[in-house]
Design a protein around this ligand. Structure first.
Ligand SMILES: Cc1cc2nc3c(=O)[nH]c(=O)nc-3n(C[C@H](O)[C@H](O)[C@H](O)COP(=O)(O)OP(=O)(O)OC[C@H]3O[C@@H](n4cnc5c(N)ncnc54)[C@H](O)[C@@H]3O)c2cc1C
Length: 416
């Protein structure tokens, strides 16, 4: 059976076209991403998500053609050479279509490209920006989620190799990935060291579409976020070469810090994805309440619905301004002298958490309110609003839960 959702008529974009952040170049990027998301991503999401299918290869190729796997990779290595702001801007649009499509480009964009060997790094960056080096992130474990310092998966040296043993949970896209970015423990912490001592990042190369010998995987049966299969992986003595250790030329024990380095951009991107979901639900709810007639007139003429729509629009815009400001801060963290960079980065740490917190909680509330406006129809797979609602629920959990974001913000304000 071919699945099709019911189409809503006259769905309009509800997003500002003018803002202090939106230069003509950014508006052009946004227009392209928006047209792509609405014309190519959304119809596929509507067809494939109810059947729990994965993002098709052809769509990955389209993302690569548009340069979305290389937004933040420099132009010399085939990327677009843009910043976190543009990355998040495009992700808001993609998530309006299908959140997993906005997520998959985070597995390119220079992920898994750190190497002290300049030629190797250049090659990986070029592959990354072409969408030919897409990874799976294997940080979390059954006993290590919010508390990543609790990672137990071990990497032990044996001759010229490392032997990896343990279980990783929640690895999105693992089977289809070209590599796994894996956090593992090379030794126990010594006396006086923190719990993260001995944690290092490994790059496990693999063939697309299978797991290497020594790794087996089981898909996790989720309630949403289809398009990207999420795996539990068992490493049973996987052997990887000595240079799989992501030696960035810094001191031993950088793995944990390196894995946290991406959290700022990831939080901004998650905030933007959450806004994309909330916006999708809002836009669909506006179209629906104009069309749905009860008591002889469109439900959009009832003041209670109008006020709900106004509140949703204001919440979405507030969340969007937060991710935009956070993105601007992250990008600005690379400018100025050392003192300026350090103070901007401190501000960005808090601001990215605030943006992630507010945007994900907003997405949960706005998509739920939108579903309410759809009445019984909202509680079916006939309209996309149920997908926005299910996917929004995840945004308060992954990339650091709302409680962890609150901890980061309150620690910064009150102290540890
Ligand atoms: C669909 C999905 C996809 C994911 N994709 C990936 C991926 O690709 N790669 C990857 O490595 N991980 C991935 N994750 C893992 C994700 O990052 C974790 O689920 C998340 O960090 C929370 O960890 P946890 O699930 O173990 O919850 P826990 O850490 O066990 O938390 C349980 C509850 O306790 C609260 N809590 C925990 N510690 C504190 C504290 N100190 N103060 C207050 N409250 C606290 C949490 O907020 C939460 O409410 C994914 C998760 C999901 C669900």
């Amino acid at each position: 059976m071919t699945w099709s959702r019911k189409n809503l008529e006259d769905v309009e974009t509800i997003a500002p076209t003018a803002s202090v952040y939106l230069t003509p170049e950014r508006l052009a990027l946004q227009r392209t991403a928006r047209a792509f998301a609405m014309e190519e991503v959304l119809p596929l999401a509507d067809e494939l998500d109810p059947r729990r299918r994965e993002i098709p290869d052809a769509l990955l190729e389209r993302l690569a053609e548009l340069g979305y796997f290389g937004i933040m990779v420099d132009r010399d290595h085939g990327g677009l050479g843009l910043g976190v702001f543009e990355y998040a801007l495009i992700c808001e649009e993609l998530a309006r279509g299908w959140m997993s499509v906005a997520s998959i480009i985070a597995r390119g964009n220079g992920t898994g490209c750190a190497s002290p060997d300049e030629d190797r790094r250049a090659e990986l960056l070029r592959r990354s920006s072409r969408g030919e080096w897409i990874g799976g992130i294997a940080f979390s474990e059954p006993s290590a989620g919010s508390d990543l310092a609790n990672v137990e998966c071990s990497a032990r040296p044996d001759g010229d190799e490392w032997v990896i043993t343990g279980t990783k949970r929640w690895v999105g896209h693992a089977e289809r990935a070209d590599f796994l970015h894996l956090l593992a423990r090379t030794r126990d912490p010594r006396e006086g060291e923190g719990r993260s001592a001995g944690l290092e990042l490994f790059l496990v190369e693999k063939a697309r579409g299978s797991f290497p010998e020594g790794v087996s995987g089981t898909p996790i049966d989720k309630i949403g976020y289809y398009g990207l299969t999420t795996w539990e992986l068992r490493f049973d003595g996987l052997r990887v070469p000595a240079d799989a250790l992501q030696d960035t030329g810094q001191a031993e024990g950088q793995g944990f810090k390196d894995s946290l380095r991406w959290l700022g951009p990831a939080r901004v991107q998650t905030a933007a994805r959450a806004v994309g979901l909330a916006r999708g639900a809002l836009e669909d709810a506006v179209a629906y309440c104009r069309q749905r007639v009860q008591f002889g007139r469109p439900i959009g003429e009832q003041q209670v619905i109008r006020h709900a729509i106004a509140d949703m629009a204001a919440q979405v815009e507030a969340a969007r301004q937060l991710w935009m400001h956070a993105a601007w801060l992250v990008d600005s963290g690379e400018a100025g002298d050392e003192a300026q960079r350090s103070s901007t980065r401190q501000a960005a740490d808090v601001q990215t958490s605030q943006a992630k917190l507010v945007a994900s909680e907003t997405a949960e509330q706005v998509t739920s309110q939108a579903l309410q406006i759809f009445g019984g129809n909202g509680y079916t797979t006939e309209y996309s609003v149920e997908r926005y609602w299910r996917d929004a629920r995840l945004t308060t959990i992954f990339e650091g839960t709302s409680e962890i974001q609150r901890k980061i913000v309150s620690d910064a304000l009150i102290g540890h």
